[in-house]
Design a protein around this ligand. Structure first.
Ligand code: OGA
Ligand code: NI
Length: 349
């Protein structure tokens, strides 16, 4: 077997065979959103979404309104970009000032992921805090980076992102209703949303037993909407026992998952599941997640309507933008210490 650069090697308890039981009959729910057109079925769809958010923190949607041609156009153009020689790709490389664009060495929990990525802010420019210092109220603008080739890269991405964002808000409304809250309960948190979307390319890997495409992690956002191709490899850890389950590729479906912000807003009613990406020796895989993120000044803490004397807040609040800039530091290099995690805001009992 080929040798693998040690920076990619996962600890034994995190490798692809850990806690994975093949051929489990249970599946992550696939919800058909065209059922929302039938007034008699709307409430069922809402409760199925609520149940999935509670039990798995993951579900898939079909007939979701994101046109398949917009998706195929992005898939085609980003493949052309990733197939360019490295000297072309690094012209749009992520840097410390504008942490978007191309990147080939992200660390998840201090182990290198077997992937290349391209990140794009939904709002361009986007407003973020200028430092991690909680006392510093300064803000700065960050800008997207666009490759010159392929020439329709930017437009293809912008068109797709608009559709993904529209669906994200529709799902947010359904999630809000599933919690018994008004449909637009969360909307004010997104006036200067920091949403971004990412293109992940996972090349074939000589040692999928040792490396992962993305190491186990929770998404820090509100909800994520992920388009995956037919190769497969995404796995989710079941809330009840931590066993890993594959997320079966369903043509044209989007995989939806709950991020840390929603978990905190609901005081742990809804679950932000750990997930990871297993790679393979023969086939490259693409995925395109859209991460819905609040504005920098939003204080993320359990919602007042949800907490009560019987259900006291399990988290202290934190400012979203400050968390984001602190967290992002580790993308550039291996940190000597564990990076900041949501659990750092848990109320100690
Ligand atoms: C991510 C992620 C999963 C995938 O980028 O946060 O979990 O299937 N990706 O690419
Ligand atoms: Ni993720």
């Amino acid at each position: 077997m080929e040798d693998l650069d040690p920076t990619y090697i996962q600890a034994p308890e995190h490798r692809s065979d850990s806690n994975f039981i093949p051929n489990q009959p249970e599946e992550i729910p696939v919800i058909d959103l065209s059922r929302l057109d039938d007034p008699e079925d709307v409430q069922n769809v809402i409760s199925e979404i609520g149940d999935a958010c509670e039990k798995w923190g993951f579900f898939q949607v079909i007939n979701h309104g994101v046109p398949s041609d917009a998706r195929q156009r992005v898939e085609k153009t980003v493949k052309m970009f990733f197939d360019l020689p490295m000297e072309e790709k690094i012209k749009v490389k992520r840097d410390e000032v504008n942490p978007v664009g191309y990147h080939d060495g992200e660390h998840t929990k201090n182990v290198k992921d077997w992937k290349e990525v391209f990140d794009i802010y939904f709002k361009d420019p986007m407003v973020i805090p200028s430092s991690t210092d909680p006392e510093d109220e300064g803000l700065r603008l960050v800008y997207n980076k666009w490759p010159q080739s392929p020439s329709d890269f930017r437009e293809a991405c912008e068109v797709y992102a608009k559709h993904a964002e529209k669906l994200a808000f529709k799902l947010l409304e359904l999630i809000s209703l599933s919690l018994g809250l008004p449909k637009e309960r969360f909307h004010d948190y997104f006036k200067e949303q920091m949403s971004f979307f990412r293109i992940n390319r996972y090349p074939p890997c000589p040692r999928p037993d040792l490396a992962l495409g993305v190491g186990h992690h929770k998404d820090a956002d509100v909800i994520s909407l992920l388009a995956q191709d037919e190769v497969g490899g995404l796995q989710v850890s079941r809330r009840s026992d931590g066993v890993w389950f594959p997320i079966r590729p369903v043509p044209n479906a989007l995989v939806i998952n709950i991020g840390n912000c929603m978990e905190i807003w609901t005081n742990d009613k809804y679950w932000s599941a750990e997930h990871r990406v297993v790679v393979n020796t023969t086939r490259e895989r693409y995925s395109i997640p859209f991460f819905l993120l609040p504005s920098h000044d939003v204080e993320v803490k359990p919602l007042e309507e949800i907490v009560s004397p019987e259900n006291p807040p399990r988290y202290k609040g934190y400012k979203w933008g400050k968390f984001y800039v602190s967290r992002n530091r580790s993308d550039f290099r291996k940190l000597e210490i564990e990076n900041i995690q949501i659990d750092d805001f848990k109320v100690k009992t």
